[in-house]
Design a protein around this ligand. Structure first.
Ligand SMILES: NC(=O)c1ccc[n+]([C@@H]2O[C@H](COP(=O)([O-])OP(=O)(O)OC[C@H]3O[C@@H](n4cnc5c(N)ncnc54)[C@H](OP(=O)(O)O)[C@@H]3O)[C@@H](O)[C@H]2O)c1
Length: 257
C-alpha cells in the first residue's frame, strides 16, 4: 500500500519553505523538492523533529526537460502517492526583453509553466480516483496585467492563473481543491534572482510567512484564487476598470527602466 504525501516544489527557501512549516502539522508525509540539497535537508530535519513526520528530500532541477516525470518516478519509488501538490518553484527575469538571456528565459518558461502543468497532469488521476486531493499553484499579481521589463515572467504567471482557474472548474466537484495564489512582492530570494533587488517593488514586500498563511487558508477553504496582502487585493478589480494600455504603461513606469 502506498502512503499519501504532500509534495512542495521550491521548498528550499521563501514561500515554499514557509508553506512546508504550515503543511507539516497535518502529519502527512512531506516531500520537499528543489536543487539546494543542504537547505532541504536542514528543513527536513527541523520539521521531522518538530512534528515527528516523515520528510523526504528530492533534489531535482525542474527546469530540465522531462524533470516532472523524473520527480514523479522518484516519488513513486518511495512508494508515495501525491495527495497534495504545491507547485511553488519558480523564478523571474527582469530586463528589457530584447536584452534578456534567451536560454534563461526558456528555462523560466519550462519551470514556471511546463513543469507545473506536467506535475499537475501526472498527480491528478490518482486524486480523481480517490476523489480527494489538493493542488496549489503559485501565480503572482503579475498575472493580472502585462508587465513591461518583466514581460515573460508576467506572462508565465498569467498562464498559471488561467490554467488553475480552468482546472478548478473541471475538478472541484470531484473532490479536489485547486487554488491559484497571487502574491505581490514578497521578501524572498526571488528579487536577487530576478534582478529586482532594491527596486520599488522589492521595497513594498510582504513576508513569505504572511503569504504562505493566506495561501494555506485559501486552499483549505476551497478558494480558487487568492490575492495575498491587503494592498494587493483590489488589483484584479483595478485591472478591470483601467484600460489595458494605461495599466501596461503604468506598470512599465513602475518597473523603472
Ligand atoms: N517573491 C516575490 O516577490 C514573488 C511574488 C509573486 C510570486 N512569486 C512566486 O513565488 C514562488 C516562490 O518564490 P519565492 O518568492 O519564495 O522565491 P525564492 O526564495 O527564490 O524561492 C524559489 C524556490 O524555487 C526553487 N527553484 C528555482 N529554480 C528551480 C529549479 N530549476 N528547479 C527546482 N526548484 C527551483 C528554489 O530552490 P533552489 O534554488 O534550491 O532550486 C526555491 O526553493 C515562485 O513561483 C515565484 O514566481 C514570488
Amino acid at each position: 500500500m502506498t502512503t499519501l504525501a504532500t509534495v512542495i516544489t521550491g521548498a528550499s527557501s521563501g514561500i515554499g519553505e514557509a508553506l512546508a512549516h504550515l503543511f507539516a502539522p497535518e502529519q502527512q508525509t512531506l516531500v520537499l523538492v528543489a536543487r539546494r540539497k543542504e537547505r532541504l535537508d536542514a528543513l527536513a530535519k527541523e520539521l521531522n523533529s518538530k512534528h515527528g513526520i516523515k520528510v523526504h528530500v528530492i533534489t531535482q532541477d525542474l527546469q530540465e526537460i522531462g524533470a516532472a516525470a523524473n520527480l514523479m518516478n522518484s516519488i513513486a519509488n518511495l512508494n508515495l502517492t501525491v495527495d497534495t501538490l504545491v507547485n511553488n518553484a519558480g523564478f523571474g527575469i527582469s530586463a528589457p526583453f530584447a536584452k534578456s538571456d534567451g536560454a534563461k528565459t526558456s528555462a523560466m518558461m519550462q519551470l514556471n509553466m511546463v513543469a507545473l502543468t506536467e506535475l499537475t497532469h501526472m498527480a491528478l488521476p490518482a486524486m480523481l480516483e480517490r476523489r480527494h486531493g489538493r493542488i496549489m499553484n503559485i501565480a503572482s499579481v503579475a498575472a493580472f496585467q502585462a508587465c513591461p521589463y518583466f514581460a515573460v515572467y508576467a506572462a508565465t504567471k498569467a498562464y498559471v492563473l488561467s490554467f488553475t482557474e480552468a482546472l478548478a472548474a473541471e475538478v472541484t466537484d470531484r473532490g479536489i481543491l485547486v487554488t491559484a495564489v497571487c502574491p505581490g512582492s514578497t521578501d524572498t530570494g526571488f528579487h536577487e534572482v530576478a534582478n529586482t533587488k532594491g527596486s520599488l517593488v522589492d521595497k513594498i514586500s510582504e513576508s513569505p510567512e504572511m503569504v504562505a498563511d493566506e495561501a494555506y487558508k485559501a486552499l483549505n477553504n476551497g478558494k480558487v484564487v487568492v490575492v495575498t496582502g491587503l494592498f494587493n487585493k483590489p488589483l484584479p478589480v483595478i485591472n478591470r476598470l483601467i484600460p489595458r494600455k494605461t495599466m501596461t504603461w503604468a506598470v512599465g513606469k513602475m518597473m523603472g527602466r
